[in-house]
Design a protein around this ligand. Sequence first.
Ligand SMILES: [Zn+2]
Length: 237
Amino acid sequence: MTSDTGPSAGDATLRRRIEPWDFADFFDPTQLRKETCLLYEIHWNRSQKIWRNTACNNNRHVEVNFTEKFTADFHPAVHCTIIWFLSWSPCSECSQVIREFLSQHPNVTLIINVARLYYHLDESNRQGLRDLRNSGVRIQVMKVPDYHHCWRNFVNYPPGEERHCPRFPHEFMNLYSLELHCIFLGLPSCFTISRRRHNTLNLFTLTLQNCHYEMFPPHILSVVAYDFRSPLYSNFL
Ligand SMILES: [Zn+2]
């Protein structure tokens, strides 16, 4: 693969890649596309090879499909690390499925990177994420380097545009990251999302409470509070 030709010139991974517009649509943290996209890679401990693939929801959640496919395709006798890039974080049911999957595959380490938090006000979803974390799963919100990594390795980017990953607003990455920490700490949510104008406009409003100011260092809150000093409309960005 070279930056002059893009991934299409004889790249064996092409059939596993998604199109640039799909990547932007699925993983833009300001948007609320309903379906979930999963980009994943499997690192085998005794091999330099990395297995990469992509999947989207069908009639079931993509996390369930992954666990069943992995169980059918692999019988890992050696340790492997699975890294997910998910457009939405797992729901409570999927969190339970993932925990059962990991208990059946003790040789597997799972790292989950998410672009957005799925129905983040739903307490069962919040508890599911805490349970996953307590089971040893590393969960984090995707940041700019993660988007660039996905662009290079999972997207059928146009020739010569290996370095031209879409720029998504880092304010929303920071906001979701703060919310994930609220979830892990058992704090109330720090923001709300409202859909306006026939679902074409999403309004993000920061809702910091005293407990947030007590738990987070000022320099962390001040960054998010400055970005969201007034409600942000995602399609104004
Ligand atoms: Zn789910």
